[in-house]
Design a protein. Structure first.
Length: 522
């Protein structure tokens, strides 16, 4: 199968951006500039930084406009013609309420073809009465081809693409020399071609993705439907390929401490490691010292660089039953930013001290260099705790497994003391066969090894939040609000039918629900 070819427009110079803003009467913002120069989402961070610099230098002002009123110069997109044949357009940047005002484009100068649906223009606008505008073309702008994902089919010997996904609409004609060798039933990606105004539009196949009867095509459809980026820029890939070991200079050396990763058996990358030991401070009897180490991705992805822009565009990795769409190139996600056993890796380490009741006493953060002692699975760690360690875990029983569970027992006491809502929701796993079809659905058991990692991560997050508050830095909290009164009343009536009381007007706390759940479990 051929690979899609994507071209990134060159980033405009400062002077080009300034000239464009002045041509727009100072009313152009990031969106209009991006569309005018054909920039993609990967270049958005760079453009934001440039505009901020221009504002700070006083070369441009902040945008101020009257809501519902269009600027005298703006970027418009042609939508078609009215019943009288006049060309209609709409502003690309509309922030007013309701539908944007109609824009009637004046006839082009003699000898120039009329713009068609989908064409983008830099236009000068004048009010035409009745809330409408007349537009005159100042410049035709390059238009990035629309991309469609669909099934390639032969209809009467002619190639067609039937779009798939929730945004699917219409069909597209594909010329024989534009099919890229696609066969009947293939899932393909195609560029919509400009030109045809009436009837079916034309498209050019740019990539053959899968056969129609292949179940793996479902994840490809979901990726397209949700606009999930799957390719990295050349600059991001080059930066990832050039990455190497982080120096010890300026870091704690934790390589002698047997930190271990504990993940699912199907995990591909390992981004956190844990370790614990009894606290030797006589003032903290029964207490513990914990370390949670997180892969130091920030060492490799610096603010504003290509890797940072790629990660910002994605936000997170996306997991499908048959594939992973990573947030970072594989050289990092499975390499330098994965805490692989026996390999030196940079990390951010949270050192925490808790008492015998699981209360966090103090903590500190430090960038460090670590070397994972082992890659354990949840089932391995649990079997070791239950007295059945395998050969790989036996050497770690006294130095790693026992202290980890000792610290977890203290953290569990603290959790119970706080009255945290206990919801052990079973996780389901889709098991696929070699052909990609679903074989069965499994319910993964909830093990103490899962809870151990959860409690260690919660402690590290609490330590991070306390540190940010102390430094008076912004911190986003995820708060679970109290249940709505009507939902509580419905629950109360349902519990009454089961003979389980919930006092009316009672201020409900998580522990109330824990007691109800305990009664139901028997």
């Amino acid at each position: 199968m051929s690979k899609a070819k994507s071209k990134t427009a060159p980033f405009p110079s400062r002077q080009q951006v300034l000239e464009f803003i002045r041509e727009c009467g100072g009313a152009a913002g990031k969106r209009e500039i991006s569309r005018a120069f054909g920039l993609d989402g990967k270049q958005g961070t760079r453009l934001t930084k440039l505009l901020r610099e221009l504002r700070d230098e006083g070369l441009i002002g902040r945008r101020r406009g009257k809501a519902g009123k269009l600027p005298s110069v703006t970027v418009v997109e042609v939508t078609g013609t009215d019943k009288d044949g006049e060309v209609l357009a709409r502003p690309l940047a509309w922030r007013g309420e309701g539908d944007p005002p109609a824009i009637y484009m004046a006839p082009e100068r003699h000898g120039r073809p009329a713009p068609g649906a989908g064409d983008r223009l830099l236009a000068r606008l004048t009010p035409a009465g009745g809330g409408t505008y007349q537009g005159r073309t100042m410049r035709r702008l390059p238009t990035a081809p629309a991309v469609v994902l669909g099934l390639y089919q032969l209809v009467g010997g002619e190639g067609r693409i039937r779009p798939v996904g929730s945004r699917a609409r219409g069909e597209f004609i594909v010329a024989a020399d534009e099919s890229d060798g696609a066969e009947n039933g293939d899932l393909v990606r195609a560029d919509v071609l400009p030109g045809r105004r009436l009837g079916l539009k034309k498209a050019r196949v740019t990539e053959r993705l899968a056969s129609n009867d292949g179940p793996r095509s479902l994840s490809l459809i979901a990726i397209h439907d949700h606009d999930i980026p799957t390719e990295f820029s050349k600059d991001a890939l080059a930066q990832a390929a050039a990455a190497g070991p982080a120096p010890l200079d300026g870091r704690d050396d934790l390589r002698a401490i047997p930190l271990v990763t504990i993940d699912g058996a199907d995990a591909r990358d390992f981004d956190d490691a844990v370790w614990a030991e009894p606290d030797d401070d006589p003032r903290n009897p029964g207490g513990w010292r914990l370390i949670v180490a997180i892969a130091d991705v920030a060492w490799y992805a610096r603010p504003g660089d290509p890797l940072d822009e790629a990660a910002y565009q994605r936000g997170n990795s996306v997991y499908f039953p048959d594939r992973v769409v990573p947030m970072l190139p594989e050289a990092l996600s499975n390499g330098w930013c994965s805490l692989n056993p026996g390999e030196d890796r940079p990390c951010l380490a949270a050192h925490m001290w808790i008492d015998a009741r699981g209360v966090l006493l103090r903590h500190r953060f430090q960038r460090a260099l670590m070397r994972s002692a082992a890659r354990l699975t949840y089932t391995q760690a649990q079997a070791a705790r239950d007295g059945a360690p395998d050969d790989a875990v036996k050497p770690l029983m006294a130095s790693v497994i026992a202290p980890l569970h000792g610290a977890y027992a203290a953290l569990a006491k603290g959790r119970k003391g706080r009255g945290v809502l206990e919801l052990d929701m079973p996780e389901r796993r889709v098991v696929l066969g070699e052909d990609g079809n679903v074989v069965r659905m499994e319910t993964r058991p909830r093990l103490d090894s899962h809870r151990l990692i959860e409690e260690f991560m919660i402690a590290a997050n609490v330590a991070a939040a306390e540190t940010l508050e102390r430094l008076k830095q912004p911190c986003m909290y995820r708060i679970h609000d109290a249940p709505a009164a009507e939902k509580m009343e419905a629950l109360r009536q349902f519990l009454d039918s089961l003979g389980l009381g919930l006092a009316k007007g009672q201020v409900t706390k998580p522990d109330h629900f824990n007691r109800i759940l305990a009664k139901v479990r028997g």
